[in-house]
Structures are given as structure tokens and as C-alpha cells.
Design a protein around this ligand. Structure first.
Ligand SMILES: *[C@@H]1O[C@H](CO)[C@@H](O)[C@H](O)[C@H]1NC(C)=O
Ligand SMILES: *[C@@H]1O[C@H](CO)[C@@H](O)[C@H](O)[C@H]1NC(C)=O
Ligand SMILES: *[C@@H]1O[C@H](CO)[C@@H](O)[C@H](O)[C@H]1NC(C)=O
Ligand SMILES: *[C@@H]1O[C@H](CO)[C@@H](O)[C@H](O)[C@H]1NC(C)=O
Ligand SMILES: *[C@@H]1O[C@H](CO)[C@@H](O)[C@H](O)[C@H]1NC(C)=O
Ligand SMILES: *[C@@H]1O[C@H](CO)[C@@H](O)[C@H](O)[C@H]1NC(C)=O
Length: 937
């Protein structure tokens, strides 16, 4: 244990010679009373207030100091209401919900010194008789643990701090040992010269503040005797100590601590001159500081006018170490001794002893004992805090938004992501208020969150215009305003950011927004503006240990294939396997947690676990599939998917950005497909949901067929997906289709394809090739079969298996109806008959050929792609050639519903044409003849 000499321990001896400093002038402002005090009776109903009988201070209810919705007011049990019990203890506010609930004391002066006091009396307010233990925090720093060990006793916590901001928060933290509650909260400004140990990094927590030798042992000195409302507890020990007092005024105006005269006018001395005054205590280890440091402050004043031959002179020893010189006092003068550096020891023994020459025993008037409160945790950047507070208030956000937004990390506000860099306050980098029921306009305060990288306000009821000031946020990468009622146009600053690639803006589903696709005024932008402009993805190259000898032809499309293909809107951007050069990134599980904000939002359930929403550091939105712990198949499927997706890249296969294999944790990080699965758009969606047009369905069919074709023909050996179905076809913002979920996929040698067999039959009911089910040998034709089912689902809008009332497969259902020669009997009525009838017949025909029972009679995917492209061509010709306008753009659904009205159908004339189209097809001889084709043939 460190021991030191008096010289090395810088004790200050301030006697009455001290020069009075001019105390700061305290200004009364809102929330503060005329003395700059805040006095809150927590639990007082409504906006009530009253004047406290003892102090004559006005106590107000806590309305306005805490969110209305936080906690509940309760009265303590009548049995604990003693006549002398101060009224503020009669009721409490308790906090059964939330880990952290905070009071905010405002209108303070940043950098000034304050005393903050919280008071607690349990009084069995909940009738449960359960005494709670909970933590108090001052802002983002631990203050102390409140241990209510007796139901009828007051417990108080007092801190002296320098506040960094113009407000301070007092937070009650539930540590799992009972419901936090509070009776009263008080704030008193102090002069800067008081308690010089206190600074921005270090506060004091009061252990004890004693008024020694009082006349009346029940007489607590506080306001108004102490203008700063410190509470001085009367203390005496008649067995060891003698009380002395005076009625004369003590010179407290020279006291740097301005201890009230009433306190200084009484003191204790030992009963016998030869005895010492002894004060001992054991330090109390704190949860965050097992060996807390202490500050001791002793206040002295000579209360007796001594004759000339008398001398009061004494030494002070702490744990046997003598402090300073021998001390002599001046009559009615005031002296104080305190340590400047904290005292840290195993136990404490203050001994005040008369010197040899002294004729009188030592004296002590008052004693204060404090332990250290570390204030070194940084709160969130104050500009961010004030912006977030404005936002929270404006939108009445009722999440766990209490206390500091980012700190401590474990209690950061839901839906926020912060950056924590050592040595500087945390900053808010992401705000996700999607689907939070926000009303009104976009708060200008968002533009004050200068470190913001990602702002998601989608799917709210926001009105007004898009603020151009948001373009001033230097780091903003994603701004999602989709699904609101915003109006006006996209401001020029934002357009500029989009064009230079530094900002992704989503603004679809704002019907009043003026955009190029929904022009209520001349479009400012070229039509090339994609809805979701991707910032370039930076991908780190890692070496993946892939054992699979899988080689995919990195081929461009042959001219022949290109000839009839429909050009997607962004041909130039997406064509040519842009991801070819990219390798896959490996993530740690920590990174996965960060990306998904601790698995906050589930997007759906995939083959071996849940899929979560996430954002990479650069703001790119991703989907993260995490292997569920319980999945047995998980490992194998996970590896299969990594191996396949790290090697193959095609615009119609969902691309893998990276993966995580970190101990038991496995995860896959995919590109984000905003429109979800095809299933959602066809079968799963409710009747009122936006219905895909036939053209959109065909386009999806062509694209997913291209993806499969690539697996079968572009890879050597070919890859069999084995689980083609509507839920494994994903759509992006532009409704471009990509095949997903390669967990069951396998590579099979093309040459002896028929020889391969596996032990387990895998796939999904309703989509599964019957031949594969009997032989156990999957082939590329198994995928063709499943794709045929998908095609039938697209045509009919029905699930692969129906129950009406007996179970019937979609294939049989379609065959039966087509055998009556009526295509309209199978077509999804939600398309309102708006389709080219030949195109529809042809598609149905392809689907039935694909689902032929014998695999040899099924076409291969190359044939299917070509046939579907012809279907699409027919449909486009029917629609009149203004093709691009009718593609879903994500801006507005208006054009989709408008289309249905513009093209009334004429079924009777079209039916006869359908047979021609089939004849033609047979002449090309591409598709094998089927036994069970439509009767129209
Ligand atoms: C507490 O008691 C007061 C009257 O003393 C009453 O007005 C108030 O409603 C009570 N509050 C609760 C929460 O019971
Ligand atoms: C609270 O106080 C009681 C009695 O003083 C003690 O037994 C208990 O350990 C304390 N609890 C905590 C968490 O400090
Ligand atoms: C104080 O001193 C006197 C004599 O000096 C002695 O008789 C008495 O017992 C002492 N009191 C105590 C409390 O020790
Ligand atoms: C306190 O220290 C003094 C010496 O400074 C010693 O005489 C006394 O016994 C100590 N008391 C305790 C309780 O340790
Ligand atoms: C006591 O007083 C004498 C005479 O005034 C002085 O010489 C001596 O140093 C003093 N002793 C102490 C311990 O102060
Ligand atoms: C938006 O406002 C409309 C009417 O004002 C209301 O019907 C709808 O529920 C609101 N939507 C949300 C998400 O709050």
C-alpha cells in the first residue's frame, strides 16, 4: 500500500487569511427558480406544485423533466407517512419498463458547478414489499448504486459536478434487482470556488456531510441557512466528544466553501484534553471502482475566546501520516483542510490530536467525505444530441429514446447507429425511422446530424418537400424517403449528389413527388437516373478455400441469344457480369453484428436460417443470412452456397458480397433485393397489393430462365439448383429477377449426368420433378420441371398445389382447363385480361412442356429462354411498343393501374390466332412434342 509523507501529499491549509473570491452570479432561467434551483417532487400528479414547509422552496411535479410515457406515479403506503416526513417522499415515480429512464434538467450553464441530489423512500409504494437495488447515472457516467435496505428510510444520492452541457441527465438504470423509483430530484448551483477537486473529468459523490456538535440532534441544516442547500446532518458522540458552541457570527465570508454559520457555530472536542478526535471508516468498493478514492474536507473555527496563556494547537494524522504543520485557529475565523488528490487506502483513520505545547484539546466543526465519480465517459456530440432531441420531440418517438443517444454503448437508442472513436464524443451515423408512424414534414434537424451516413425515413406519413439541406451532410450515402407523401421535386443539391454518385436516394411510393417518371413539371434529370443509384462497392479480396472444381464459362451472350432479348432498363449498367472481377469478402461475426445492427430487422427466412437487413460501412444495403444454430443441414448448405456463389456471377443470380465463418457463426452477405420474392408478388400478397402485369411476369420469367440457363450451360460441370420455386426468385427495385438460395445446389458432371444419384431427395413440394423423386437422380431437367411450375404460377397466380376441396397440382389444374380450349380460364384474373393472348398461350405451352413427366421430353433452359423471349416480344407488340414506360420503375404505381384501363381485351378474336402461334413453334422444332399439351394444338 502506497504510503507517503506529508510533503508529498499536497494538502491545503486554508486559514482565515484566505481572500474571498467573488462568487459567480447565477442567472435564473426557465426550469430554474429565482435562485437557480430545480426542485422536483417525482410522483406528484399533473403539473402540481407546492411550497415545502421546511425550506420554503417550491417543489414542482416532474412533468417536463421526463417523457410523459416513462414510468408511473405511485403513492407510498400510508403506514410510512410519519408526521415529520417531508411531502416529497409521499409519492414516487417508478419505472417498471425500460432499462434506462432519465430526467433531463435544463437551462444550466455549461462548464459550471452544480450539486445534484436524488432522494428515495420506498414506502412499499407498490405493495410488494420488495426493496429494489438499482443504479444511478449522471449523464453517461455511473454515479452510484441505490440500495434501499429499509422501506421507511430516506436514501439520498448527491453528486457535485461540472456540467459539460447546458443540461444534465439523471438516469435510473434497472440492473435486474428491482424496479427503479425516485421520490425527489434537486439541482443547486454552486460557486466555482467550492470543491476545487471537481472538474469536467471528475465529480464527487457525497458519502457524508456532518454538522458536528449541534445543539439539537434532530436539526438538519440546509436551505435557507445554507444558501446552496447542502444538507448538513447533525452529529455528536457524547461518550467521547464534548460539544462547544457560540452564538457569535463566524467569519464565513472568507470561507471558500461558505459553510453556513449555523454549522460553524458548533463543534466537538474530546472529553479530555489528552484525548484525540478520531474518525475512521472502511472504504466501500463500488461496482465500477473496487478501490474508490476519497476526498476529506474538514472545517474548523475557534469558538472560544482563549486567554493569553491558553493555546489550542493540534496535528492531523491520516493513517498515521502527519499532515502539514501544527494547526492553530483564530477566534471566529474559518479554516478548511482538504486533500487535492484522492486518498486511496484499505481503511481510514483520521486522528486529530493536540500538540505537546497545546493547553486545549483539538476541535472540529464540520466534516465532508466524498468519493470520486469518474466523468470520463463521453456523451454523444452535443450538436447531435440537440438535433436528436428536437427530432424525438417533433415526431413523439416512443422508443427507448432516453438519456444519451449513443452512450453507454449498451444503452444506445434503438434504431440509431453511432461511431465510437477513442478520445472524441460518439457521433450518430445512422438513423432508421422506417415505419415509425412519423407525421408532418422532414425535420430540418436531420441536416444538423453532420456525421450521418444513412437516413431511413421510409414508410411513414411524411409530407412537405425534400429538404435540400440534407445534401449538405458530407457523409450521407443513403437517403430513403420511399413510401411517404412527400411533394415537390427533388432539390438540385440532392440531384447533384446523386449524379456524382455520392448519394443513394430512394423516393418511390411518394405519389405527389415530381420526378421524371411522374412529371408534373419538366424533368430536370435525364431519364437515366436509376431509382437506387448505387455507390461503388469496395470489396476486399480474400482467399476462399474452395475445394470445388467448378468452372463457369465467363461468356458473354452469343449474338443469337441477344437478338430477341428484351433490353432491361439499365442494360448498360447491368450487362456483362459486372461482378466478374470481384472477389468475395470475409467478415468476422463482430462485423456481421455491426452490419445488421445486432440482427435487428428480419427480412425473411431462407434455406438454413433467417435473413436480416444490414448496411455495409459504405452504406450499401445488404441482406445477411445467418445460419440458425439448430439447423443440422446448415453447415453443408452454407458451404455449398459459399462455394457456388463465390465462383459464379450472373446478372440473374443473386450476388454474394461476402460471407462469415467465425467459430460456430456462419453468415452470408448478399446484395439487397428490395422487392422481396416473386412469391410475395404473386401468391403471397393480399388481393389489393399491386398486381404484376403480364409483361412484368414474362420479363421475370425470361430473367430467371437466363439465370438457370447459366447454371446449366455456363458452368462446367453444370450446376443443378434443385430448389427452383417462386420464393427463391428475388426481385430488385426495378423488378429484375435473380435466382437465390443455392444451399441445395450441386455440380454434376455433364457427361454422365444420368449416373449421379444422391441419397436424399431434396426440393420443395409442388415444384419437385416426379422423375427425380422416383430415381433419386437430379438432372438439369429437374430444374426445368420446377421452372415450368414457376411459369404456371406466373400465368395463373395460383399456388403450385391447390385445395378446392381436394388437393390438385397446378399442372393438372391447368391441363384440365386448357383441354376445354379456354386460356382465360387459367389466366390470373388480377391481370384484368390485359395481355396478348398468343403470348399467354405460348407461355402456358412452354410451362406444360417443361413439366412433362418424362424428362427427355422437357426442353432445356436454352430453349426455354428463347421461347420466353418470343412470348415477351408478342406481348410487347401487343402493348404497342412503348415498352419501357410500362416497366415498373419503383417511382410510382400509377402507371401500373393505368395500363389496365388502357387496353380492353378482346378474347374471341385472339383465341384463333393462338393455334397459329403453336404451329409456327412446332415448325421451328425447338420444343419437344408433349403428350399432354393443350388441346388447342
Ligand atoms: C396519491 O394520493 C393523492 C391524494 O393524497 C391522490 O390525489 C392521488 O390520485 C394518489 N395517486 C395515486 C397514483 O394513487
Ligand atoms: C444492499 O444492502 C443490503 C443490506 O445493507 C446488503 O445485504 C446487500 O448486499 C446490498 N445489495 C447490494 C446489491 O449492494
Ligand atoms: C478524563 O480525565 C479524567 C482525569 O484526567 C479521568 O478521571 C476521566 O476518566 C477521563 N475521562 C475519560 C472518558 O477517559
Ligand atoms: C488510529 O490511528 C491512531 C494513531 O494515529 C491509533 O492510535 C489508533 O489506534 C488508530 N485507530 C484505529 C481504529 O485504527
Ligand atoms: C513548544 O513551545 C516551545 C516554546 O514556545 C517551542 O520551543 C517548541 O518548539 C514547541 N514545541 C512544539 C512541538 O511545537
Ligand atoms: C397516414 O395517414 C393516414 C390518414 O391521414 C392514415 O390513414 C394512415 O394510417 C397513416 N399511416 C401511417 C403509417 O401512419
Amino acid at each position: 500500500m502506497e504510503q507517503s509523507t506529508a510533503a508529498s501529499r499536497p494538502w491545503l491549509l486554508l486559514l482565515c487569511l484566505a481572500v474571498a473570491a467573488t462568487g459567480g452570479v447565477l442567472q435564473a432561467r426557465a426550469q430554474l427558480d429565482s435562485k437557480g434551483f430545480i426542485s422536483v417532487d417525482c410522483g406528484l400528479p399533473g403539473k402540481a406544485s407546492y411550497v415545502d414547509g421546511g425550506t420554503k422552496l417550491s417543489y414542482v411535479s416532474d412533468a417536463g423533466f421526463i417523457d410523459d410515457t416513462a414510468g408511473a406515479n405511485q403513492n407510498i403506503s400510508g403506514q410510512y407517512i410519519r408526521p415529520q416526513l417531508s411531502r416529497r417522499y409521499h409519492d414516487v415515480r417508478s419505472f417498471p419498463d425500460g432499462t434506462r429512464n432519465c430526467y433531463t434538467l435544463r437551462s444550466l450553464v455549461s462548464g459550471r458547478k452544480y450539486l445534484v441530489r436524488a432522494a428515495f423512500l420506498y414506502g412499499d409504494y407498490d405493495g410488494l414489499g420488495r426493496l429494489p437495488v438499482f443504479d444511478l447515472h449522471l449523464g453517461v457516467n455511473y454515479w452510484q448504486t441505490v440500495n434501499v435496505s429499509t422501506p421507511g428510510f430516506e436514501v439520498t444520492a448527491e453528486a457535485i459536478v461540472v456540467v459539460p452541457d447546458d443540461f444534465v441527465q439523471v438516469c435510473l438504470v434497472n440492473t435486474g434487482a428491482g424496479t427503479p423509483f425516485i421520490s425527489a430530484l434537486e439541482l443547486r448551483p454552486l460557486k466555482m470556488k467550492f470543491y476545487p477537486q471537481v472538474n469536467l473529468m471528475q465529480g464527487l459523490v457525497l458519502d457524508v456531510r456532518l454538522n458536528l456538535g449541534p445543539a439539537d440532534l434532530t436539526d438538519i441544516v440546509r436551505y435557507p441557512e445554507d444558501p446552496h442547500d447542502r444538507v448538513w446532518i447533525p452529529w455528536a458522540d457524547p461518550k467521547e466528544w464534548m460539544e462547544i458552541s457560540t452564538t457569535k457570527q463566524v467569519d464565513s465570508e472568507y470561507d471558500d466553501f461558505e459553510v453556513p454559520t449555523a454549522v460553524m457555530q458548533t463543534a466537538v472536542t474530546p472529553l479530555n484534553a489528552s484525548m484525540k478526535l478520531e474518525i475512521t471508516w472502511d472504504p466501500v468498493p463500488q461496482p465500477h471502482d473496487l478501490s474508490p478514492g476519497y476526498f476529506i474536507i474538514m472545517h474548523f473555527s475557534e469558538l472560544q475566546l482563549l486567554p493569553s496563556n491558553a493555546l489550542r494547537e493540534f496535528d492531523i494524522n491520516i493513517n498515521g501520516v502527519r499532515l502539514s504543520e501544527a494547526i492553530r485557529l483564530v477566534y471566529l475565523g474559518v479554516g478548511v483542510i482538504f486533500n487535492e488528490k484522492p486518498y486511496q487506502d484499505g481503511n481510514y483513520n483520521i486522528s486529530i490530536k493536540a500538540t505537546a505545547n497545546s493547553t486545549l484539546p483539538p476541535i472540529l466543526n464540520a466534516l465532508e467525505l466524498f468519493s470520486i465519480m469518474s466523468m470520463t465517459n463521453f456523451g454523444t456530440d452535443s450538436r447531435d444530441v440537440s438535433a436528436m432531441t428536437t427530432i424525438k420531440t417533433k415526431y413523439h418517438v416512443e422508443k427507448n429514446w432516453m438519456g444519451d443517444p449513443c452512450a453507454p454503448k449498451t444503452m444506445a437508442w434503438e434504431k440509431l447507429m453511432c461511431s465510437y472513436d477513442t478520445g472524441i464524443p460518439p457521433r450518430i451515423r445512422s438513423v432508421n425511422l422506417s415505419s415509425s408512424g412519423l407525421n408532418g414534414d422532414i425535420s430540418p434537424s436531420f441536416a444538423d446530424l453532420k456525421a450521418l451516413q444513412h437516413l431511413d425515413l421510409s414508410n411513414n406519413n411524411l409530407t412537405g418537400t425534400i429538404l435540400d439541406t440534407l445534401s449538405q451532410l458530407p457523409l450521407l450515402k443513403i437517403l430513403d424517403l420511399s413510401g411517404n407523401q412527400l411533394s415537390g421535386s427533388i432539390p438540385s443539391g440532392i440531384l447533384k449528389r446523386i449524379q456524382d454518385g455520392s448519394l443513394n436516394l430512394r423516393y418511390d411510393n411518394n405519389s405527389n413527388l415530381c420526378t421524371n417518371a411522374n412529371s408534373c413539371r419538366p424533368a430536370k434529370m435525364k431519364s437515366k437516373l436509376p431509382i437506387y443509384v448505387g455507390a461503388p462497392i469496395v470489396i476486399i479480396v480474400v482467399i476462399v478455400s474452395v475445394a470445388l472444381t467448378l468452372f463457369c464459362l465467363l461468356r458473354r451472350k452469343t449474338p443469337g441469344l441477344m437478338k430477341n432479348s428484351v433490353k432491361p432498363q439499365n442494360e448498360t449498367r447491368n450487362d456483362g457480369d459486372t461482378s466478374l472481377g470481384l472477389e468475395t469478402r470475409r467478415f468476422t461475426y463482430n462485423e456481421i453484428e455491426r452490419i445488421t445492427n445486432n440482427l435487428q430487422q428480419v427480412l425473411g427466412k431462407g434455406g438454413f436460417g433467417y435473413v436480416y437487413d444490414g448496411f455495409l460501412e459504405d452504406g450499401t444495403q445488404v441482406a445477411v443470412k445467418i445460419r440458425s444454430e439448430s439447423s443440422n443441414q446448415g453447415d453443408k448448405e452454407f458451404l455449398a452456397e459459399v462455394q457456388i456463389l463465390t465462383r459464379i456471377h450472373h446478372k440473374n443470380l443473386v450476388s454474394l458480397i461476402g460471407f462469415c465463418k467465425d467459430g460456430v457463426h456462419m453468415a452470408l452477405v448478399y446484395e439487397f433485393m428490395s422487392e422481396g420474392t416473386l412469391q410475395d408478388h404473386i401468391v403471397g400478397g393480399d388481393r389489393n397489393a399491386r398486381c404484376l402485369t403480364w409483361r412484368q411476369r414474362l420479363k421475370i420469367a425470361v430473367e430467371s430462365a437466363q439465370g438457370l440457363e447459366y447454371l446449366h450451360k455456363g458452368c462446367n460441370p453444370p450446376l443443378i439448383h434443385r430448389d427452383v420455386k417462386a420464393t427463391n426468385i428475388l426481385l430488385n427495385t426495378r423488378l429484375e429477377a435473380k435466382i437465390a438460395d443455392f444451399g441445395l445446389s450441386k455440380a454434376f458432371n455433364r457427361d454422365n449426368e444420368s449416373q449421379v444419384s444422391t441419397n436424399v431427395i431434396v426440393g420443395t413440394r409442388g415444384y419437385m420433378d416426379p422423375e427425380y423423386q422416383t430415381t433419386g437422380r437430379p438432372t438439369t431437367k429437374s430444374d426445368v420441371y420446377s421452372f415450368g411450375v414457376v411459369l404456371l404460377v406466373l400465368v395463373t397466380g395460383k399456388p403450385p398445389t391447390m385445395h378446392n376441396p381436394r388437393s390438385i397440382g397446378i399442372i393438372e389444374w391447368v391441363q384440365r382447363r386448357l383441354s376445354k380450349g379456354n386460356i382465360e380460364g387459367v389466366v390470373d384474373v388480377r391481370m384484368h385480361g390485359d395481355h396478348d393472348i398468343n403470348s399467354m398461350w405460348k407461355a402456358a405451352d412452354i410451362a406444360l412442356k417443361c413439366t412433362a413427366h418424362a424428362s427427355a421430353r422437357r426442353p432445356n433452359m436454352t430453349d426455354v429462354v428463347l421461347q420466353l423471349q418470343e412470348c415477351l416480344k408478342l406481348e410487347e407488340d401487343h402493348a404497342g411498343g412503348n415498352s419501357n414506360n410500362n416497366f415498373y420503375t419503383g417511382i410510382s404505381s400509377n402507371d401500373l393501374s393505368m395500363r389496365n384501363d388502357s387496353y380492353p381485351t378482346n378474347q374471341s378474336t385472339n383465341v384463333s390466332q393462338s393455334s397459329t402461334s403453336f404451329e409456327k413453334e412446332h415448325n421451328f422444332g425447338r420444343v419437344p412434342t408433349m403428350d399432354n399439351g393443350p388441346a388447342a394444338r
